[in-house]
Write a protein that binds this ligand. Structure first.
Ligand code: GRF
Length: 209
């Protein structure tokens, strides 16, 4: 039997912090609801809680600290080297707080996705939930998109809408959005690895989704 053909798609997660989205991918795998397996975790933060989650489930991890490299280019090479070790089919940025450079994007072309806590293109960058509250929108949400060279500008794969309610604080809104992130991210991973995502420039279609 051709082992390569029958192996499960390999997912590599990049995360810098708490890792609740990483956990949602783990949980989907445990329930048999993931179209692949988590091959490894990469973090730029040696103190991130997400590393403890990887340990708990025996998921291989690599820490690539920016401070260990002189230039950003070297750091990017470090990240590429780490990712290659896991032979990824899909790279998932789940709260990864570094911009990926050209070389990284070229190496894993069209195989990198990110989850962002707003309805893009609104509220790109940091503190998207705070931005939404300050702007006074009635609805916000979350977006999964392919990565390009910009900050949260890549083609949108799918989104989920979340209402902003009277009395919401940043924390309350963030946790309401996070519940939807956990569902959306796994759905998008499964659609991509199931071959159901078609791209035509910026327009992405999920077949049967
Ligand atoms: C999430 O809100 C995600 O959308 C953003 O960073 C946060 C990461 O949360 N990119 P967690 O570490 O997955 O809990």
């Amino acid at each position: 039997m051709d082992k390569e053909k029958h192996r499960k798609p390999r997912i590599v997660v990049l995360a810098s912090g708490r890792g609740s989205n990483f956990q949602s991918i783990i949980d989907a795998g445990k329930l048999g609801k993931l179209n692949g397996e988590i091959a490894g975790l990469i973090s730029d933060n040696p103190h991130a809680f997400v590393l403890k989650r990887a340990d708990k489930y025996g998921i291989p991890k690599i820490v690539v600290e920016r401070g260990a490299f002189i230039s950003d280019e070297d750091f990017q090479s470090g990240l590429i080297g780490a990712a290659k070790q896991f032979c990824p089919d899909l790279l998932v940025l789940a709260g990864f707080m570094r911009l990926l450079g050209k070389n990284f994007l070229n190496e894993f072309k069209d195989r990198i996705i990110n989850i962002h806590p707003s309805l893009l293109p609104a509220f790109r960058g940091l503190n998207a939930q705070k931005q939404a509250l300050e702007y006074g929108v009635k609805y916000t949400g979350c977006t999964v998109h392919f990565i390009d060279e910009g900050m949260d500008t890549g083609s949108i794969i799918d989104q989920r809408v979340v209402p902003v309610l009277p009395g919401d604080t940043e924390e309350i809104l963030a946790s309401r959005i996070l519940r939807e992130e956990h569902v959306l991210l796994v759905e998008c991973i499964n659609a991509i690895l199931g071959g159901r995502v078609k791209r035509d420039g910026r327009k992405v279609t999920i077949i049967g989704g």
